[in-house]
Design a binder for this molecule. Structure first.
Ligand code: NAP
Length: 316
């Protein structure tokens, strides 16, 4: 992992620079490097992206008993490294065109690339209610694997009704004595297998038709105020912590105004993962698409790398 923070071996020019070291970016790296392309992956946190903060991955083919998210991330990282991909920690701040090349600014450096693959993923949506900012990182969390252990024998609320809320809520019952799942509608959106497991868990309780109005507390979270839309009534739920899983928004600010996106910042591509700007490709959760899963991210990554390779062959 020390290579991840060591920049001595950086080159001035790469064939492909990939922004984001999650499943999409690392897979793009593996495919590019196996075709002998000089490839750099820039990752702002740790390799693996969201998978790295997922407790257990149960739907990635080849692992019938599931695989820990941290283990799968580490294997993908090592896989990319094995084929010579450089994976470096850094925050990418700008992507500009310079003739045929793209100039990628990250940390205090500028790197030239023949093609760029944007695989920066997505970031969690916030509730945007009073009290949320006050308790960010000290009671409000977006990651059960990171923060669940702080809630041993405590009561927590999970907000959301999708796969993340139900799966992470179930995981939190390892620690918490009670997990409320607060959902704004009267039925969950999560996959049926996850729902069935959650309904069978005696530590989980479902609070439907409710939205969070406020997170309350002096030094620490004491309660959340909920509004029941059907009964038109507000009430407080006493909790020690709140885990928010209400969806994701694309992490694509640096390409705003450069490539075409939808209103939420998801990048529009064709089936070759090409954006409207020649030489810039997009793969994974930051791309406008229907199904955001590890398998679709790795598929995007492979296609983006192959398309970038063809672009380089045709243009350099
Ligand atoms: P998601 O599927 O977008 O679900 C977000 C949930 O939050 C929905 O139930 C939504 O309610 C609710 N919500 C949205 N905005 C809200 C707000 N402002 N206040 C209250 N509730 C709000 O997000 P996700 O669960 O994070 O999943 C994201 C993607 O990752 C999905 O494609 C999912 O399948 C995938 N994923 C898969 C797995 C797995 O396969 N094991 C695990 C985790 C995630 P509505 O239902 O009313 O819209």
């Amino acid at each position: 992992m020390e290579q991840f923070f060591n920049y001595d071996d950086l080159k001035e020019v790469y064939d492909i620079v990939i922004i984001g070291g999650g499943p999409a970016g690392l897979t793009a790296g593996i495919y590019a490097a196996r075709d002998n392309l000089d490839t750099l992956v820039i990752e702002k946190n740790f390799p693996g992206g969201q998978v790295g903060i997922t407790e257990m991955v149960e739907n990635y083919p080849g692992f019938p008993d599931g695989i820990l998210g941290g283990d799968l991330s580490e294997k993908m990282f090592q896989h990319a490294r094995k084929f010579g991909v450089q994976v470096k920690n850094g925050i990418c701040s700008k992507i500009e065109s310079d003739g045929k090349y793209k100039i990628v600014s990250f940390n205090d450096m500028q790197i030239k690339a023949k093609a760029v693959i944007m695989a920066s993923g997505a970031k969690p949506l916030h509730l945007n209610v009073p009290g949320e900012n006050k308790f960010l990182g000290r009671g409000i969390s977006f990651c059960a694997t990171c923060d669940g252990a702080f809630y041993k024998d405590k009561v927590v609320a999970v907000i959301g009704g999708g796969d993340s809320a139900v799966e992470e809520g179930h995981y939190l019952t390892k620690f918490a004595k009670k997990v409320y799942v607060v959902h704004r509608r009267d039925k969950l959106r999560a996959a049926k297998i996850l729902q069935e497991r959650a309904f069978a868990n005696p530590k989980m309780e479902f609070v439907y038709n409710c939205v969070v109005k406020e997170v309350k507390g002096e030094q620490k979270i004491e309660a959340i105020t909920l509004y029941n839309k059907v009964e038109d009534k507000e009430f407080d739920l006493t909790v020690d912590g709140v885990f928010v899983f209400i969806g994701w928004t694309a992490d694509t600010e640096i390409l705003k105004g450069i490539v075409e996106m939808d209103d939420s910042g998801f990048i529009k591509t064709d089936e070759h993962m090409a954006t409207n700007i020649p030489g810039i490709f997009s793969a994974g959760d930051n791309r406008l698409k229907e199904l955001r899963q590890i398998v679709t991210a790795v598929a995007d990554g492979a296609i983006a790398a192959k398309s970038a390779e063809k672009y380089i062959e045709d243009n350099f």
